[in-house]
Design a protein around this ligand. Structure first.
Ligand code: NAD
Length: 472
């Protein structure tokens, strides 16, 4: 078990490392600093890259089964430490404790799920003259850069994909939420050979150093579109492979035949889980005019039921926004929406210094309003009216984002056809936000490049190699 009272450390070459430089970590429920941790710079990064490169040949030489066994031990240790990790995650990230527990459990089950995917060599030709085989080799060292909204989950997928395919890794969490990832580094230290995984907390500049480092072969980046573009540009210097999981502005199209009360509950949750700070949250709802008023009223009832508060308090269903910068951005978009539309707000925000934003259902906005065409990443969302479903599809697609979307109807076949016309990486029917280890997830358009999970996701950590033999 991990000592959650011990000071926080980086993990480099199997050693717990301190630095003179520190990061202050704020609890968003109070707005005050509650912990400090080391902050890595170029020296620590060089040491981590050197350690990962040293560990690579032996790790690569292990088979998939042996690496899967290490990942199973990691998943079991996550589960054994679930409660302490979840409490820490809520303190630094803000989400309700139940959602933090789910995040740890999901990281464990996804990690194991990824190791159930087979990567076999393929014999393309084998006859009297020739033998041609396609096989897959690990790339080397993967740099994994994560955001602050789901730091455990968004590290676990890329990390276990990299490890299972024979790569070593360096994880850099967001400076807003480094602590749970550092504790997970301590867990990894117990289950993996030294150097196979290194964990470096640090600021944005550490992320930039990672993407430019010549000893790193692959970048898995999860974060905003703007930073994703910088990551791609910087990675081009050494032609690193990149997987980019970026932002979204997911539309949910609700047809006229739905059970309004049932769909309102599901949509409200999909729009406000983790206070809306989810890449694939529902961010715009297009409702048919026949059910528009009823759906808006049912969503407003859900907003009224939401209990805003410290994620550690039992009964809290909506925590604070994770950091001041994002809080100010959500407040700015909400203020803009207030000017142009009608606000149906839930309970007022709690007293104190926390970054609380009350959930709100906003009606009467136009497509050109900021809350509709920007990613709000907060619990305030627009509901827009349509008469003709062709118009709803066109409006849903009229964006540079393309992460996901959903269609809601009792007529599943019709909904499935409409879903197929959404310009997104994932189009759901009668659900939103469902992902699995064996199903690819990722963005179309500016929502990303590549996929995580599934065989497609694993191939992003592998170099295809052809062995072509002329038999003499
Ligand atoms: P961000 O882009 O500000 O930061 C993400 C990470 O990148 C942090 O670790 C940060 O330190 C690092 N970073 C910052 N500048 C960098 C640079 N120049 N080079 C390399 N790394 C750098 O994103 P955020 O605000 O932490 O996260 C919110 C965004 O993430 C939202 O847009 C959300 O939709 C997106 N997101 C996407 C997915 C997905 O799977 N598609 C999942 C979660 C979040």
């Amino acid at each position: 078990m991990i000592d959650f009272n011990a000071p926080y450390s980086l993990l480099i070459d199997g050693q717990l490392v301190d630095t003179a430089a520190r990061l202050d970590v704020i609890n968003p429920a109070t707005g005050s600093v509650f912990a400090h941790c080391p902050a890595a710079g170029g020296t620590e990064l060089d040491a981590a890259v050197a350690a990962a490169r040293r560990a690579f040949p032996a790790w690569k030489a292990l088979g998939f089964a042996e690496r899967a066994a290490c990942i199973a031990r990691f998943a079991a240790a996550l589960e054994a430490n679930q409660e302490s990790l979840a409490r820490l995650l809520t303190q630094e990230q803000g989400k309700p404790l139940g959602q933090s527990r789910d995040e740890i459990a999901r990281a464990a089950s996804l990690s194991v799920g990824i190791t159930k995917i087979g990567i076999e060599p393929e014999v393309i030709l084998d006859n009297a003259e020739r033998f041609i085989e396609l096989r897959y080799l690990p790339l080397g060292v993967a740099g994994i850069i994560t955001p602050w909204n789901a730091p455990v989950n968004l590290a676990a997928g890329p990390l276990t994909s990299a490890l299972y395919t024979g790569n070593c890794a360096i994880i850099k969490p967001s400076p807003f939420t480094p602590l749970t990832t550092l504790r997970i580094g301590e867990i990894l230290r117990e289950v993996l050979p030294a150097g196979v995984v290194n964990v470096l907390a640090g600021g944005d500049e550490l992320g930039a150093l990672l993407t430019a480092h010549p000893g790193i072969d692959k970048i898995s980046f999860t974060g905003s579109v703007a930073t994703g573009k910088k990551v791609m540009a910087s990675s081009a210097g050494t032609l690193k492979r990149v997987t980019l999981e970026l932002g979204g502005n997911d539309a949910a199209i609700v047809l006229e035949d739905v059970d309004v009360a049932d769909v309102a509950k599901k949509l409200f949750f999909a729009a406000t889980v983790n206070s809306g700070q989810v890449c694939m949250a529902v961010k715009r709802i297009y409702a048919h005019e026949k059910i528009y008023d009823a759906l808006c009223a049912a969503l407003a009832i859900e907003a009224g039921k939401a209990k805003l508060g410290d994620g550690l308090d039992p009964g809290t269903t909506l925590g604070p926004i994770q950091n001041r910068r994002q809080y100010e951005r959500v407040c700015e978009l909400a203020a803009d929406a207030r000017q142009h539309g009608v606000f149906n707000e839930g309970q007022p925000r709690p007293e104190g210094g926390g970054y609380y934003v009350a959930p709100a259902v906003v009606t009467g906005l136009a497509e050109s309003d900021r809350l509709v065409n920007e990613e709000q990443f907060g619990p305030v969302f627009p509901v827009l009216k349509f008469r003709d479903v062709e118009d709803a599809i066109a409006r849903a697609n009229n964006t540079r984002f393309g992460l996901a979307g959903s269609v809601w109807s009792k007529d599943v076949a019709r909904a499935q056809t409409i879903a197929g016309r959404l310009e997104v990486g994932t189009a759901w029917v009668n659900q939103h936000r469902a992902t699995m280890a064996n199903v690819p997830f990722g963005g179309a358009k500016e929502s990303g490049i590549g996929r995580t999970y599934s065989r497609l996701g694993l191939e992003a950590y592998l170099e295809p190699q052809v062995i072509s033999v002329l038999k003499t």
